[in-house]
Design a protein around this ligand. Structure first.
Ligand code: PAF
Length: 286
């Protein structure tokens, strides 16, 4: 596996692969890779002939006071994992390579409705930062398909929308969240948890599962189930940011008549913000 740091080298390597008739798959990441990322790369190797991954901690998607500076940077270990997973090319640019004219005047991509609420409410500008960097990366790599984790459910919806709205000929694939044995969704931010916090963290997924089970059993008083679960999270020592039931395709607040639902949560455990979700299609599970 080759690692390149410039757009020029990236384009040359991808052009070589294309000239050999290869289909290109892309897995964008911010590094500090775990089994969830490895699953995305493995999936890509099954779908295309040439897999490109990127590692870039994108300053444009972090707000003031967020964890940009302490976000773990573990390039050597990440390279090893990508190599083992069968990745062919790693693009690991500097901030200057991605934003040569700085970020202030950078052209932005915004996906207005899907970016509002949920993570967009507590992280203003976050999805504009994600949409902008993903658009830039897509233009640099020009893949046939790109693979993202469903753990970032709202992000995946934003990316699907921008690809559709901007007529990008890229197939977007969402892969199921990879979880630890106790249900905690794998995340680079889990490394910030103390031993005690890590022991408490599975309560987040347990809460989602309880809501999902209640809905499957016919519960439709969404405000009541949500407020009971918020109390449960608080009792476990978390500070919920949001816990909501939305329509899985549009992300609008769910009505009792909806069949395709997603339950989404963000909650702070100490200073670490955990997010997770559970997709519940009542027609598929009936
Ligand atoms: O999900 C992530 O790791 C990032 O938001 C992404 C998609 C790589 C954009 O920086």
């Amino acid at each position: 596996m080759n690692t390149v740091k410039t757009v020029r080298e990236l384009r040359a390597a991808v052009a070589r692969a294309r000239s050999e008739g290869k289909r290109i798959g892309f897995v964008p990441t911010m590094g500090n890779l775990h089994s969830g990322h490895v699953a995305l790369v493995t999936k890509a190797t099954q779908r295309v002939d040439f897999v490109v991954a990127s590692i870039f901690v994108n300053p444009l998607q972090f707000g003031a006071g967020e964890d940009l500076d302490k976000y773990p940077r573990t390039l050597a270990a990440d390279q090893e994992k990508l190599l083992q997973a069968g990745c062919h090319l790693l693009f690991a640019p500097t901030v200057e390579e991605m934003y040569p004219d700085g970020i202030v005047g950078q052209t932005r991509v915004s996906v207005p409705q899907l970016s509002e609420g949920l993570c967009g409410a507590s992280r203003p500008g976050h999805f504009e930062g994600v949409a902008t960097v993903v658009t830039k990366l897509f233009n640099m790599v020009q893949p046939d398909l790109a693979i993202f984790g469903q753990k970032d459910f709202q992000q995946l919806a934003v990316i699907r929308a921008l690809v559709h709205d901007l007529n990008m000929p890229i197939q977007i694939i969402g892969e199921p969240t990879v979880r630890a044995a106790d249900g905690l969704a794998l995340s680079s931010r889990n490394g910030f948890l103390s031993e005690e916090q890590r022991a408490v963290a599975p309560v987040v997924y347990r809460g989602l599962s309880q809501i999902s089970d209640a809905i499957k059993q016919g519960e439709r008083d969404f405000p009541a189930v949500i407020s009971a679960q918020i109390k449960q999270l608080e009792a476990a020592g978390l500070r919920p940011d949001y816990l909501e039931i939305r329509h899985a395709q549009t992300l609008r607040p769910a009505t009792p008549e909806d069949r395709d639902l997603v339950i989404l949560v963000a909650a702070f455990l100490g200073t670490t913000r955990l997010i997770d979700n559970l997709h519940l299609n009542l027609d598929a599970t009936a």
